[in-house]
Design a protein around this ligand. Structure first.
Ligand SMILES: C[S@@+](CC[C@H](N)C(=O)[O-])C[C@H]1O[C@@H](n2cnc3c(N)ncnc32)[C@H](O)[C@@H]1O
Length: 395
């Protein structure tokens, strides 16, 4: 089956997450195409939870084979209408139409077709919107906010049109609620839930996994780990933050029904990590450590080097300790600081730290026809310090 997966704001990171997620679940796939907005995959059926499990993807589309003629008959032969509404439970459905490429005509015909079939089947449709992939987000959010909504997609491929329907749409409201709804907040230091998800998937988290966040703060990564079904241990040197992280976990348990005992919290300094966890047993260390002081402007070379020098011992300790508690093949996915100096990102020597800790920097996109490697950068306008995402594996 062919799937088009629409990315969130960081295409390379999204692709790395998808590729790792599928490989972790032994789902065979071939990457057919990667652009800065979506990828095209040939894969076996995807788990129904895929879109909810991923942090960096907006929509998964099942694409039919390229069609020759845009006619109602062609669509009927594909059983298109029934396939698209399969799984909806009411007779009141919202339809949204989305195009990738030069698909205006296809979208119009599809819209007429859906109108006609809906009338025949006595399905009331509430709302129709057309938009191009480029400006898709607005319409998709509105559609996703409605329970019974179906996204119909037209995709142009070398002059031919393929049609499809979304099998999963990311729910931005659930992510926003977890971010802004939790009782304890610490805005500039906490990691967005979508990024926490991506890091966990890059670490190959599954419901059977045990993960550790040694710089847990108010528990953003722990929350997402628990939602993915994993067990999580959170540590932080700041004893006052531990009850706050606990309050957020308790809130999540009430909101979505995770088991609060999936997450255990304690005060600890990162240098003591190997005294707190059984050596060689942990599946993944996923963390965003202290990244240096908040900055007013973009630091120059001297200032950047001073910040990086100050942070070196902390990151060296983290990677050394992670190397001790991880099982063989376990991963450490770590956000590190970096600065843009003369159009080049300068960060910390993770390769060196990894070697000393019996670990290796790995590239989740190795073997894929994509020119990208670790560290992946995650730019945000808000931060002068640019997040670099590193993936390390215990040898
Ligand atoms: C960037 S925040 C973590 C944010 C967290 N991922 C979240 O979403 O809330 C860094 C945290 O590291 C903690 N920290 C700083 N130095 C530490 C150390 N040496 N050992 C353990 N924790 C430390 C701080 O108290 C702070 O809560």
């Amino acid at each position: 089956m062919h799937f088009l997966i629409q990315y969130g704001k960081n295409p390379v990171l999204s692709l790395a997450e998808i590729v790792t997620y599928l490989a972790t679940r032994s789902i065979r796939f071939t990457l057919l195409k990667h652009t800065d907005r979506y990828c095209l995959l040939d894969a076996a059926a995807l788990p129904s939870t895929t879109i909810d499990d991923l942090g960096g993807s907006l929509m998964i589309v099942h694409l039919f084979d390229p069609i020759e003629e845009l006619t109602f008959e062609t669509f009927d032969n594909l059983n298109f209408f029934h396939e698209a509404i399969k799984g909806t439970k009411t007779d009141k459905i919202s339809f949204a139409f989305v195009g990738f490429g030069d698909t205006d005509l296809a979208l119009s015909v599809l819209q007429d077709y859906v109108k006609e079939r809906a009338k025949q089947e006595r399905i009331r449709y509430l709302w129709i919107n057309k938009s191009k992939g480029e400006s898709f987000h607005g319409s998709f959010s509105r559609a996703a906010s409605r329970k019974e909504s179906v996204q119909i997609v037209a995709y142009e491929e070398r002059g031919a049109v393929r049609i499809g329907y979304a099998t999963g749409v990311h729910d931005p409201f659930a992510f926003r609620h977890r971010d802004l709804g939790r009782p304890e907040q610490r805005s500039i230091y906490s990691i967005p839930p979508r990024l926490a998800r991506i890091l966990l998937n890059l670490a190959r988290i599954q419901p059977t996994s045990t993960i550790v966040d040694p710089f847990c703060g108010i528990g953003g990564i722990l929350q997402e780990a628990a939602l993915l079904g994993a067990r999580a241990y959170g540590f932080d040197v700041n004893g006052k933050i531990i009850p706050k992280a606990q309050a957020n976990i308790d809130w999540l348990a009430k909101e979505v029904g995770i088991d609060r005992n999936q997450v255990k919290l304690a005060q600890s300094e990162v240098n003591d990590l190997s005294k707190k966890c059984k050596l060689g047993t942990i599946d993944a260390v996923v963390t965003e450590p202290y990244m240096g002081p908040p900055l007013r402007g973009r630091p120059n070379r001297e200032q950047s080097n001073a910040i990086l020098d100050e942070l070196k011992p902390l990151y060296a300790a983290l990677i050394r300790e992670a190397g001790k508690i991880l099982r063989q093949g376990g991963r450490a996915v770590i956000v590190g600081p970096s600065f843009m100096l003369k159009k080049k990102l300068v960060g910390l020597p993770f390769d060196h730290f990894a070697k000393q800790a019996g670990m290796k920097v790995v590239n989740p996109l190795a073997g894929q026809p994509v020119d990208a490697s670790v560290p992946f950068a995650d730019f945000t306008d808000r931060h002068r310090t640019i997040r670099q995402i590193w993936v390390l594996e215990k040898q």
